[in-house]
Design a protein around this ligand. Structure first.
Ligand code: UT7
Length: 329
């Protein structure tokens, strides 16, 4: 009988732009306060990319770090997947820009769009590629620059988002199975609660769409909040069930960092105490598909996770999309 191919996580890396925007900085541009932002969201500051620092640039730095940790060279990568909703351009894909920067020409590369759940969707695709025998070593990146699609006059959204990138190297293994389960979901009937209205084929860019700021994120926050909690709980519970693990087996729970109140509500409902929940929202804000992977990378770097620990990532975002994965570090 043919032996099942397992997946090993060889390494992770991350990159944040240097520029820090604090809540106090935001007080100077919109009618808001550090107190409102901190208590309603948990965010204190976020990182902002430079004009000449596109998503692929952050993706490159995160990838190089992940490659170094994995102890492999770019030439050993068989395929590149970049989860993003803020690509360098509509096309070519950010994955193609990254491929050229890594100088691994002819390696297949594509982008994946699933908003804040993008990295978890990417894990599912990478796992399937490896298990099918199609590819052995995969570079998976979650990278977003939400500050570049933010309306800086809209206080209800501009205080929430930031920029960053995280990367993971996954490889075929005969002895390991690090990705214990993945659960994904989506509901497109909610597409009008969190979206970017113009620039696509439904509403191509015109002077009017620019003047009306339709190339920036629109969100009905409270309604998003109401759906986010139960869907994240569902995803977390399903992924745990599929993995055969119990809540007690999970060393660290890494939820999407969109709002501290969402994180606390989800943790309470799945019965995990906050000391086992990873939170870095105060430093990063919401960085969409980069959130869970950069948080995982930080948890590893800071020693919160050790080799062999079980961790669960859970995300929710525009679409709506949601997903969770249970993995072994
Ligand atoms: O990553 C994808 C998923 N995204 C999310 O999960 C986001 C989910 N939603 C949220 O995190 C929250 O709904 C927000 C943080 C966006 C908003 O918090 P909220 O507690 O739902 O506030 P709200 O929208 O109900 O607004 C309450 C008040 C309003 O004023 P009035 O109408 O009560 O006078 C807003 O105009 O707060 C006002 N407000 C602000 N005040 C100061 C909204 N934004 C701000 C602000 N500063 N930045």
């Amino acid at each position: 009988m043919k032996k099942k191919i397992g997946v090993k996580v060889l390494g992770t890396g991350s990159c944040f732009p240097k520029k820090v925007i604090t809540n106090v900085d935001l007080e100077k541009i919109v009618d808001t306060s550090d107190e409102w932002i901190s208590t309603r969201t948990g965010i204190k500051e976020r990182r902002m990319s430079e004009k000449d620092e596109p998503t692929s640039e952050l993706a490159l730095k995160a990838s190089l770090e992940a490659l170094k940790v994995a102890g492999i060279s770019p030439k050993q990568i068989d395929i590149i997947i970049v989860a993003t909703i803020t690509p360098d351009m509509f096309f070519p894909s950010t994955a193609c820009f990254l491929q050229a920067k890594l100088n691994i020409l002819s390696v297949p590369a594509f982008d994946l769009s699933a908003s804040c759940s993008g990295f978890i969707y990417g894990i599912s695709v990478a796992k399937a590629f490896i298990e099918s025998g199609f590819y052995k070593t995969i570079l998976l990146v979650g990278a977003d620059e939400l500050t570049k699609i933010t309306d800086w006059t809209d206080r209800s959204t501009c205080v929430l988002f930031g920029d960053g990138a995280g990367a993971m190297i996954l490889s075929a293994s005969e002895s390991n199975e690090d990705i214990l389960s993945v659960f994904l979901g989506a509901d497109g009937s909610y597409s009008d609660l969190l979206f970017l209205p113009a620039g696509g084929t439904r509403s191509p860019a015109t002077i009017d769409t620019v003047n009306e700021k339709l190339h920036t994120i629109k969100m009905r926050g409270q309604e998003v909040f109401r759906v986010a909690v139960p869907k994240m709980v569902l995803a977390a519970e399903k992924a745990l069930e599929f993995s055969g693990k119990r809540v007690e087996d999970v060393k660290l729970f890494i939820p999407h960092q969109a709002n501290m109140r969402i994180i606390e509500a989800v943790a309470k409902r799945i019965g995990i105490s906050m000391d086992r929940v990873f939170v870095n929202i105060h430093k990063t804000g919401n960085i969409s598909s980069a959130t869970t992977i950069t948080a995982l990378d930080e948890a590893i770097k800071t020693g919160k996770l050790k080799v062999g620990d079980i961790v669960e990532l859970v995300a929710f975002g525009g679409g709506f999309t949601w997903g969770a994965t249970v993995l072994r570090v």
